[in-house]
Design a protein around this ligand. Structure first.
Ligand code: ADP
Ligand code: MG
Length: 667
């Protein structure tokens, strides 16, 4: 009736008649433990056979080897020597999957301390092992309800273990042992933690199961009163059986053939539980430990959000600088003094206005903007300001696409007449006219010479290097050379070419021209493309740096996940031990834990991407340059998946390889 998930080809074909086999048969079994150099023989040469339908009490003092015997009977432990057969099958020859299926279907464990999952209800605890036998959800629910009713726990289905008495918890654990239709109940001191009344109830229950369902019961106790209820009593001492009251033969007396045939032994294996069931288990346990889950999520979210936002800020900065350069135009050349072999100490006096005029005559040159710059102090009334002064010619402003907030630019007439006029940047204007007076027409003293303000520029903001571009004043080149610099050398000449296609040709011609004029190559000609390259390089370094910081935070998040998963495993050792003892395969546990880690990283990754985008939207609203692109979120999200997979897998492996006996004995 219950072989839905079994594969007929995997049934063991028994040549011998099963009814003549003992259900459980130990033959000269020893189990030795090594602690350091000394060896403890917990079981020594134990031979015992148990018939179907028996109720056996195993007695003996503490340390006599009863639990060790029980663990071997339940296939949680293996003998050091000797053989153990279940219905004729030598257990040492069975595969891991077959052993799991024995624990799942044939044996039902009842522990002294109930071993219920504290954050699940009675019904969920009962149904737990049926997940691994692929019982459909509806059937799991009805069957656990039925069992709980049958064991007198009607109305308690949705109580957590902490809301139940000890006796009730033990009955829940008996129901759990029965959910997969166990042939044998192995109860290790089931009444040890109970008061005598509930102890009696639990015993009566086990007796009733034995009598009515033909369930074989092996019961460990040190209470003779309890043992009196059994058909057969086995005494152990120092790992050996010292007395055995023998088979009761009650099978022949009071059990019908039909009851027995219901329990005819079948060895089958089950597939690993499905991905959706694993997902369900993972979600259930993540929800049950909500606070821990949220903390882990936080680590991932911060890491991913950092990657997403920092990369966008780095890219945004780069984009902004490149935009400014391209706003200047791609048809520009810059001629600067000083070549490879010229030492650049102080002003390099190699480029002159005469050079500039010669360049202007080159075929393909549209405009030239020679300039000369220095620092100076500007004084107006009681205020002064130290900034940059630049000698320029009229084409300077349109070539940079700069605009006036008021007044006019320097024109050709100002150059011709050596006019003492200046156009000022907004920072200078604010510094010299803090009261908001109109600067136009006012006088500014520079090097004891008065200049009249004829224009104020619109603010331009910070340069690529972060320098304020508005703390400058502009004076006609002729005036600047005569009254300020006292020489006619230039800092730089910007050349605008009529057409971008002529750029290379003009560049070569200018180089040729200046070489002829100077006799040596004491100058440099650069085009915007090489400028873009230089800027891109520095900005990329910045982006990589930001990215590295973000990647480190993502790594820290990942280590957080691993840490939490490891803690998780240690904290949940008991649960894992229990799941394995009730029939979960190591691969089921592996999958559940791996999915848990992966799920956290998927959710954390998605939330991190969302948070990163929100931060970027905020920054954008604050006028910070950001560049949205798909790569950083995709990169961060897939990294978090990878992190989840790598860091989730190791602890999952650890969980799956746990020894259920030691895990269960921990508290
Ligand atoms: P009982 O259940 O009868 O009290 P056990 O079967 O738990 O006894 O233990 C029998 C003996 O084996 C004890 O001396 C115990 O210390 C030893 N023993 C049990 N399990 C281990 C183990 N994992 N490692 C070392 N010694 C063990
Ligand atoms: Mg014990």
């Amino acid at each position: 009736m219950d072989s839905k998930a079994s594969n007929p080809s995997q049934h063991f074909q028994n040549t011998e008649d099963q009814s003549e086999q003992p259900l459980l048969a130990l033959d000269a079994v020893c189990r030795a433990f090594h602690s350091g150099s000394n060896e403890v023989r917990a079981m020594n040469n134990v031979s015992l056979s148990v018939q179907r339908g028996e109720l056996i009490a195993i007695m003996g003092q503490s340390g006599s080897g009863k639990s060790t015997l029980m663990n071997i009977l339940g296939c949680l432990d293996t003998p050091t020597s000797g053989t153990y057969k279940v219905a004729g099958h030598d257990v040492s020859k069975l595969s891991t999957d077959e052993l799991s299926s024995l624990r799942l279907k044939t044996f039902g464990f009842v522990f002294q301390r109930y071993q219920l999952l504290n954050n699940q209800t009675a019904a969920e605890n009962v149904a737990m092992p049926s997940v691994y036998s692929h019982m459909p959800k509806a059937q799991r629910q009805t069957r656990s309800q039925e069992l709980l009713h049958q064991l007198g726990l009607e109305g308690r289905e949705h109580h957590k273990p902490s809301e139940l008495s000890g006796g009730q918890q033990q009955r829940v654990s008996i129901a759990r042992a029965l959910i997969n239709g166990a042939d044998v109940i192995l109860a290790d001191e089931p009444t040890g933690a109970l008061d005598s009344v509930s102890g009696q109830q639990v015993l009566a229950l086990l007796k009733q199961l034995n009598r009515d369902n033909g369930t074989t019961v092996v019961l460990i106790t040190h209470d003779p009163e309890v043992a009196r209820h059994a058909d057969r009593i086995v005494h152990m001492k120092d790992g050996e059986i010292i007395s055995d009251s023998g088979h009761s033969n009650k099978n022949d007396n009071n059990q019908s053939e039909t009851t027995l045939s219901q329990h005819s032994f079948k060895l089958e294996t089950f597939d690993r539980i499905g991905i959706f069931t694993s997902l369900y288990l993972a979600v259930t346990s993540l929800r049950a430990n909500l606070f821990r889950t949220l903390l882990t999520l936080l680590g991932i979210i911060i890491g991913v959000a950092a990657v997403v936002s920092m990369m966008a800020i780095g890219d945004g900065g780069k984009q902004q600088v490149l935009d400014r350069i391209s706003a200047m135009g791609t048809n520009l050349l810059q001629v600067s003094p000083g070549g490879r072999n010229i030492r650049s100490s102080g002003d390099i006096a190699t480029l002159s206005m005469a050079d500039a005029e010669a360049i202007a005559a080159v075929h393909g040159v549209d405009l030239i903007a020679p300039e000369r710059e220095s620092r100076s102090t500007f004084r107006q009334g009681a205020y002064d300001y130290s900034g940059r002064i630049r000698g320029v010619t009229p084409p300077y402003f349109p070539m940079r696409d700069w605009h006036l907030s008021q007044g006019v630019f320097i024109d050709e007439a100002d150059i011709q007449s050596f006019a003492s006029v200046m156009v000022m940047g907004s920072t200078v204007a604010e510094a010299l006219f803090p009261d908001g007076d109109n600067p136009i027409g006012k006088q500014v003293l520079m090097n004891s010479t008065p200049y009249q303000i004829i224009g104020v520029l619109k603010p331009k903001g910070a340069s690529a290097g972060g320098r304020d571009m508005d703390d400058e004043v502009y004076v006609p080149m002729s005036t600047a050379q005569l009254k300020f610099f006292g020489s006619e050398y230039l800092s730089i000449i910007t050349v605008k070419v009529t057409d971008t296609s002529l750029l290379g040709q003009v560049e070569a011609q200018i180089t040729q021209l200046l070489k002829e004029r100077h006799g040596v190559e004491d100058f440099r000609v650069r085009n915007t493309a090489s400028l873009v390259e230089a800027v891109t390089e520095t900005q990329d370094t910045l982006t990589v740096l930001l990215g590295a910081v973000a990647a480190i935070s993502l790594l820290v998040g990942g280590i957080g996940v691993m840490n939490i998963m490891l803690v998780n495993v240690s904290e949940r050792r008991r649960e894992i031990g229990l799941r394995i003892a009730t029939g979960a395969k190591p691969s089921d546990i592996l999958r559940q834990f791996a999915i848990e880690a992966l799920l956290v990283c998927i959710i954390g990754g998605a939330m991190g991407v969302a948070l990163g985008l929100i931060v970027l939207l905020g920054l954008k609203a604050l006028n910070v340059a950001v560049a949205f692109s798909l790569t950083p979120p995709v990169l961060a999200f897939s990294t978090s998946l990878l992190v989840g997979w790598i860091f989730g897998y190791a602890p999952a492996r650890k969980a799956a390889s746990l020894n259920p006996i030691t895990a269960l004995s921990e508290e």
